[in-house]
Ligand binder design. Structure first.
Ligand code: S3P
Length: 430
């Protein structure tokens, strides 16, 4: 298997940028809540900033106080206005899908929602169909089930939905539609997807009636007032540095203040099964979320079987887990992950193309890919496919091997992790 010669700074301590999923939700819930809110730890990256810019066009005032700290004044959900311009969510599936739900349930608000070339290729039928069954008026401008989405907000009806997908974006879209329209939602999913929307909803005083972990009901009233949101570091961003520290030859790394929502920490479970030494320290709760610090030590990794029920909790970490797989005894295999094809890029295709460019013999499946133990790789130019996580994963590989690997376009990293390069350079500067 591949071996790294990288030595990290001894006993380094870092903090990564704020959680992207929670940053989007803090923008949306502070728009729903009448009055003043404060958001701390907000991820100032293109994706959540686009959500913030969009809601400021509906009449919400977001004032930057300091880096990552915003004061929000909202007129409340019933006073949001139709924007004069098209709302552009850039690269962000979470931004467009969650906002579509919120706007669909607001009578008197009409809007067109779009995004960049990558976002306009992503499937929107997964939200259009259930929203319209709920009584909404949402359609795809080109009738192809993709963005631009045209929304004429309406009073929606009570709704029961059994989702064929385990998707937090679909779940949150329908929850926000129910909240903005003051109706009941009963929702069931196959596996538990990240539950940040449920957590914020409860933090604001909403009541959830659970029938099982994957089946719940919410009922009005939903009269939220402004509050303080504190957002922890993003485990999906930390994942790049966890893998870097595990595979380097020397150096213990501490990553402070990381969100440890049980539906997000599949990466820790899989890496630990692979042989990683990762310790969770200083666990606490904040704003309805579990958080803590992570201590990572250099470790030897081996191949493991990743079970189907873990997929939703590692869905965004599969590219960087694959990089760990290049350094694992017996290689790596991921299956049951067909929804990877609907991310910022078709991540099965993006990973297979780039791994093959590195000279690795990869078997591609509909729902994943597999390779055996890797001995060497060859220099190449990696294609980022407009996908931040593809670019960052291969930059970690480049650092670990000091090889001649180039990335065609690193700018996508700004959509989710503006401090990535700075942290990477600080950690490796010895
Ligand atoms: C997200 C949910 C996931 C994840 C995405 C963020 C969210 O998408 O991949 O990066 O914030 O709700 P799906 O809900 O489509 O699985």
């Amino acid at each position: 298997m591949l071996q790294s010669t990288l030595k990290l700074k001894q006993n380094a301590v870092i903090q990564v940028d704020g959680d992207k999923s929670i940053s989007h939700r803090a923008v949306l819930f502070s728009a729903l809540a009448k009055g003043q809110s404060r958001i701390e730890g907000f991820l100032e990256a293109e994706d959540p900033l686009n959500t913030m810019r969009s809601f400021s066009k509906l009449g919400v005032n977001y004032r930057k106080v300091f880096h990552g700290i915003y004061e929000v004044k909202s007129p409340g959900k019933t006073n949001l206005q139709s924007p004069k311009e098209i709302l552009d969510f850039g690269n962000a599936g979470t931004g467009i899908r969650l906002s579509a739900g919120l706007l669909a349930g607001l009578p008197n608000v009409s809007a067109t929602l779009t995004g960049d070339e990558s976002l306009r290729k992503r499937p929107m039928k997964r939200i259009i169909d259930p929203l319209n069954q709920m009584g909404a008026n949402v359609h795809s401008q080109n009738n192809d089930g993709k963005a631009p989405l045209i929304i004429h907000g309406k009073q929606l009806k009570d709704f029961t939905y059994e989702s064929p997908l385990s998707s937090a974006q679909v779940k949150s879209c329908l929850m926000l539609a129910a909240i903005s329209s003051n109706v009941c939602l009963e929702y069931k999913e196959t596996e538990l997807s990240r539950n940040h929307t449920e957590n914020i909803f409860q933090f604001l005083g909403g009541k959830i009636i659970y029938k099982s972990t994957t089946h719940f009901k919410i009922e009005p009233p939903y009269n939220f007032s402004g509050t303080n949101f504190r957002i922890p570091g993003d485990i999906s961003s930390a994942a790049f540095f966890i893998v870097l520290a595990l595979l380097s030859k020397k150096g213990k790394l501490l990553i402070e203040n990381i969100g440890l929502n049980p539906a997000r920490i599949g990466i820790l479970k899989v890496l630990k099964d692979m042989g990683a030494e990762i310790n969770i320290l200083n666990q606490r709760n904040e704003c309805g979320e579990k958080i803590g610090d992570l201590e990572i030590l250099p470790s030897e990794l081996k191949r493991v079987q990743i079970q189907k029920d873990l997929i939703p909790s590692i869905i965004d970490e599969i590219p960087i887990l694959t990089i760990a797989g290049l350094f694992s005894q017996d290689g790596f295999c991921i299956r049951y992950a067909e929804d990877l094809r609907a991310k910022e890029s078709d991540r099965i295709h993006s990973m297979v193309v780039n791994l093959r460019k590195l000279g690795i013999n990869v078997e591609e499946y509909n729902d994943g890919y597999e390779f055996g133990e890797v001995k060497t790789i060859k220099p190449t130019v990696i294609e980022s496919f407009m996908d931040h996580r593809i670019a960052m994963s291969f930059l970690i590989l480049k650092k670990l091997l000091s090889e001649n690997i180039q990335i065609d376009d690193e700018s996508w990293i700004l959509t989710s992790f503006p401090n990535f390069h700075k942290l990477l350079n600080t950690l490796c500067a010895i």
